[in-house]
Design a protein around this ligand. Sequence first.
Ligand SMILES: *Cc1c(COP(=O)(O)O)cnc(C)c1O
Ligand code: SF4
Length: 442
Amino acid sequence: MTSPPVHITSPPKYRAYTLQTYRQVPQMNALSEDEKFAIDVVGNVLPFKINQYVIDHLIHWGDVPNDPIYRLTVPQRDMLLPHQFDMMAHLLRRGASSDEIRKMANEIRLDLNPHPAGQLEYNVPTVNGVRLTGVQHKYPETVLFFPSQGQTCHAYCTFCFRWPQFVGMDELKFAMKETELLIAYLREHPEVTDILFTGGDPMIMKTSAFASYVEPLLELDTIHTIRIGTKALSYHPYRFTTDNDADDMMRLFDKIVASGKHLAIMGHFNHPNELSTPALEDAVARIRNTGAQIRTQSPLMRHINADAQTWARMWRRQVDLGMIPYYMFLARDTGAQHYFAVPLVEAWHIFREAYQQVSGICRTVRGPSASATPGKIQVLGVSEVYGEKVITLRFLQGRNPDWVHRPFFAKYDENATWVDELVPAFGEERFFFEEELAFAPN
Ligand SMILES: *Cc1c(COP(=O)(O)O)cnc(C)c1O
Ligand code: SF4
């Protein structure tokens, strides 16, 4: 079976620019000296990369610096706290050595909570006494897999919660080379039906490398769904159309589908501007031709998509293209969260207002949801119970499945941006799940 290209556009030469080379981009060199200095300062702490497709097709340069894709790609002054910015600015101004700069960068990074939600302590499983450092198993039915060759990304989103692995904090990096251990683990855990390839971005890999991870899984009857989390559709759609091994990837998708498994591309999109190019349309059409489904997810981010109209437009456009809206996330408590975070209550207002104006076909989306230590917690809304204003929440996923879909209540708090800032309503001492969580071994 072949997936006919629809109107494959001629690809630009792939070029990516970094902190060292971004001034070669005419549009970026035209920024003010102040803005460029801010990029230099912040870009020494948080990862920065931009490619030609993003420059030519996604950023509307007339709207810079407010352009959403610019904000999500290029480091901005306020992404560091003022004292952090000043410390790094001072080093750069006095021409400090690269050693000093690296040391300072690492100090600031450690202040930015590089591994939120207990990812290092809680979720790493073992098989025959070996820790599977490239695997996270938090919810019974789904295993996350971080193949070692997929630990970078087509985008370096300024809000990324996986950012430490892009800046060389190697000891904090999750990754795994071998699939044998994964397979052994899955054989011991028949409750696992889904495997989610993540990273970084697994679609950064050559098709042959990706195939070596995925093909052994096709033999396992217990696995029903293979998910691929990726930003490539948005930031490098040519991965699925004109890259050297794009056709091979489509044939691999065919093979996964033919094996009887569900193949779900979990596309990361943050704004409708990422959904408007012919290159994206081509990529979506080809993927859908293989029988794979595309589901979409995005965090809600100040300066990028913090309004209901943007979300409603984005979901409608995704459905037009044949994609299925899946998750709206809250900004995680890491990196530049102070810059991007939208309070939980405001997030609920945005979600509700967007949800109200789209048809049921778009309402497959769930959110706003916080991926926190105990689980994925959805903000259901604000209500009043016996005169007390409360926030109603529930687990979409829980470390203990028994917690899922039980409404629970927190004191109303307009400013809370993360679930650990909430306290229980009605004078309760703790939330119903907290005692068990405190003793959770994994
Ligand atoms: C979100 C998530 C999953 C998948 O949950 P679904 O509700 O099935 O999409 C699996 N593992 C972890 C750690 C997650 O954060
Ligand atoms: S696409 Fe995901 S992993 Fe890649 S930089 Fe963005 S948030 Fe991080």
